[in-house]
Design a protein around this ligand. Structure first.
Ligand code: FES
Length: 106
């Protein structure tokens, strides 16, 4: 089981990037739940951010791809606007342990 980070490393309505054994991931928190996706846009298979840890739109409502502005739901990764509308980010399952660690689910 791989430790990605601690829950306090990803504040509510923030997102952070992490290198893991399954590739680079985005981890974000919304309403107390944590979500992780591979940092690969389904449009052109590029990384989403233009600056370190810049994964959310200005209102911090959606995950955004910096290349063409596609917007993705935080909760399920579905693209709701942009050139890959209807496609989705690849979700990665997490486990939150009582030690405060966010782990990759085996
Ligand atoms: S590469 Fe992400 S929207 Fe085009």
């Amino acid at each position: 089981m791989h430790l990605i980070c601690q829950t306090e490393d990803v504040p509510e309505r923030e997102a952070r990037g992490f290198e893991t054994p399954v590739g680079e991931l985005i981890v974000t928190q919304r309403d107390g739940s944590f979500y992780a996706y591979k940092n690969i846009c389904p449009h052109l298979q590029v990384s989403l951010e233009y600056m370190e840890d810049q994964f959310l739109d200005m209102d911090k409502e959606y995950i955004i791809c910096s290349t063409h502005g596609a917007l993705f739901n935080v909760e399920d990764g579905e693209c709701i606007w942009g050139p890959c509308q209807g496609d989705a980010l690849t979700k990665v399952d997490l486990e939150i342990h009582s030690d405060g660690g966010i782990y990759l689910k085996d």
